[in-house]
Structures are given as C-alpha cells and as structure tokens.
Design a protein around this ligand. Structure first.
Ligand SMILES: Nc1ncnc2c1ncn2[C@@H]1O[C@H](COP(=O)(O)OP(=O)(O)O)[C@@H](O)[C@H]1O
Ligand SMILES: [Mg+2]
Length: 362
C-alpha cells in the first residue's frame, strides 16, 4: 500500500505523538499488519487492515474484541499486572469508532507491545507447554465472562452444521468423485454419531459455552524476553463455544509429527510428548476452572477437531476444490489421508490422553 495513503489511514486514529514511520510487519496470514512508530516518548502502535473476505462483519468483530479485552483488562488490573502489556489495548478513531472504513477496507489499531517475542512453531516440549499456559490463562481470565458475542464465522466447529454441508456435497457430487471415495466416506460416516453426541453436550449445556479464541497457534501468543506469557493476540475469531475446541485445535496443529499434506503417512502421528506438554501447561492455568465434564471430554476435543478437519478436506475434494488452495489436483485427497492418519493416531492413544487430562494438575 502507498505510503501516503497508509499515513492518511493512520491519522484517522487517536494516536498520541507525531507519526514518524509506518512499516509492514511480516508474519500474519489473515490481516495486513503495520507498525506505526511515533516521535519521542509517545507509544508506538499496530495498524491492521482487516480481511473482510474472511470476516464479513468487521464492526461486529471489533465489538467482540472490545468486550473481551475490557474483561481481560479488569482481570489484569485486579491481579496487579500491567494492562498495557498483558492485554491488547484497542485505539479508537477520532470519531470514537473501533475501526476506520476507507471505502474498500476496514482498519483497526492497537498499542504495540514492545519487546514481545513470538515463536512460529511449537517444536519443543517447552514451547508446547508455554503455548498451553498462554491459552489456559486466557480462558481462565474469561471463565466468568457473561456478555453476548457475535458469531463472526457461522457454524465454526459445529459438526451438525458441517454434516448439513457434507450431506449436500455428497448429494450434489459436483466433481463426480464420490464413486471412487467409498473408503474415505466410510471413515467419516462411521464416526458421525459419536461426533454428534459430543456436539450435543455443547447444545444442551453439559459443556458450557465460554469465550473461545479459535486461532490458538503459538504465533498468536506474545512472550516477554524471559519467556513468560504476556498475552494472547489476534482476537478476530473470539466467539462463544466450548473452550475445549481451543484445546483440540491446538493439539491438532502442535502435535503432528508430519506435515498436514504429508504424502508419506508413516511421518504422520500425534506426538504423545508434545500432547503431554501442552496439556500440562494448559491445565496448570486452566485446570481449576474446568468443570468435571469439561475435563472428562478435553482429550476427545482433539479427536473431534481432527475429525472435522478430515471431513472438511474430503468435502472440499468432493466439491471440486473450491475452498482450500491446492498445489496439485489430488492435494485435498492427500490432506484427507494425512489428517485421517493423525486422527487414527489420536484414537490409538486416546486412553492415555484422557488419563493425562483427568490427572494432570488436579
Ligand atoms: N499489539 C501487538 N504488539 C506487538 N506485536 C503485535 C501486536 N499485534 C500483532 N503483533 C504482531 O503482528 C503479527 C500479526 O498479527 P495478528 O494479529 O496475529 O494478525 P494475523 O491475523 O494476520 O495473524 C503477530 O504475530 C505479532 O508478531
Ligand atoms: Mg496471528
């Protein structure tokens, strides 16, 4: 984006100090992120162009973030922490809105948290443990949040909704691939009832709906120089659902010993070591605020989320590859097989996973 245009956008926000420079910050996948540096002692800022293809209702999304960060701020202050570093601070525009619309894109701004460290991948047990701590702490601080939040992505991790799409995809068989996929379709169908049973516990309240982050990758946690968790960022996807989903999704992405599209299925498995590390970190922060039912089903959430992802890859293949970007014709089928292998590995280790989730940090 042009320097002058971006400066004009930055000037819509109520920043302190005079803007010195605006530079793009790599890393992010969804939004375009810039660092805004100011003169002298004034704080520096983050300016983000929000991806409104992914998020159709940016104003509602910003309202969600405002509610969640206000709650977190009260907790941090009550605990004597530093509210400028331990929670995201949104910056309003001069006309008191949480976003600026430039006629084409939505923009939002927040304080830059200085000297923060991020990690791209959780490739050591220690980082997995710290990632678990980060999300666990986030959830615990939000365990008593009781405000409404807008569902920014419809049906997220709702398997009943996925099955509606799935049944439709099978019925239409758009790419004419269904006939060759009886084995893979059976993988999905044979587990349908079990997965619906899990989701029913969310629907009927046995598993409470709480604030979920929904993008728990390690790079969304800021650490300080000593390696302690500062805060969780990237709150675009906060919604109300079972917080077990955050755990399950983290396990799915942290613990795979292979690649998501590994052609060699022997590479793919769930690392029990990384699972234990993540679970221990998570439960160290979150154990005391989980209900007994949440604890009992915590390990299952990893299977649930991995199953859902297997279904989504296969469904996209059946649909003719309209959702996930593919690098070669059978890419989504390769992903389906690799994700299914991960699911099998979790199923094989399920009893041990469950024992860890029930016993750790009691
Ligand atoms: N308030 C902040 N303070 C410091 N760094 C930040 C802040 N917000 C974002 N970042 C940095 O920018 C990167 C991208 O921001 P993020 O909100 O995660 O966007 P995306 O949705 O594109 O991943 C983060 O990984 C982090 O390194
Ligand atoms: Mg991010």
């Amino acid at each position: 984006m042009d320097k002058n245009n971006i400066k004009e956008i930055a000037q819509q926000f109520a920043f302190e100090g005079t803007i010195l420079d605006i530079t793009p910050l790599g890393e992010g996948f969804i939004n375009d992120t810039y660092t805004v540096t100011t003169e002298g002692d004034a704080p520096n800022y983050i300016l983000q162009r929000k991806n409104h293809h992914v998020f159709p209702d940016v104003p509602a999304m910003m309202d969600n973030i405002a509610r969640v960060t206000a709650h977190l701020r009260r907790k941090v202050e009550a605990q004597g922490g530093d509210p400028k570093r331990e929670v995201i601070t949104l910056i309003y525009t001069h006309d008191d809105r949480l976003y600026h619309y430039d006629g084409e894109n939505y923009w939002a701004a927040m304080l830059l948290i200085e000297d923060a460290v991020t990690h791209a991948v959780a490739d050591t047990p220690h980082l997995a443990y710290m990632g678990g701590r980060g999300i666990g702490r986030f959830q615990t601080m939000l365990a008593d949040f009781d405000e409404p939040l807008v569902e920014v992505i419809k049906g997220f991790h709702n398997i009943r909704w996925r099955f509606e799409q799935w049944d439709k995809a099978l019925g239409e068989d758009k790419a004419g691939r269904k006939a060759q996929l009886s084995k893979e379709i059976a993988w999905i169908e044979s587990r349908r009832a079990k997965m619906l049973d899990f989701w029913m516990m969310v629907e009927d309240g046995r598993l409470p709906r709480r604030v979920t982050h929904n993008d728990t990758k390690l790079s969304n946690i800021l650490f300080d120089r000593r390696g302690e968790v500062l805060c969780v960022i990237d709150l675009d996807t906060v919604m109300l659902s079972t917080s077990l989903n955050d755990f399950g999704d983290a396990i799915r992405s942290y613990t795979n010993t292979g690649a998501e599209d590994d052609k060699n299925l022997d590479n793919v498995s769930m690392s029990m070591e990384l699972f234990c590390s993540y679970a221990e970190g998570y439960l160290a922060e979150r154990g005391a605020s989980l209900t007994p039912t949440e604890r009992e089903w915590l390990a299952f959430s990893a299977l649930y989320i991995t199953y859902e992802q297997t279904l989504r890859f296969l469904m996209d293949y059946i649909d003719g590859d309209s959702y996930y970007k593919i690098a070669y014709p059978d890419h989504n089928l390769v992903r389906t097989h690799a994700q299914y292998r991960l699911l099998q590995s979790m199923e094989d280790q399920y009893e041990a996973m469950k024992a860890v989730c029930i016993e750790a940090n009691k």
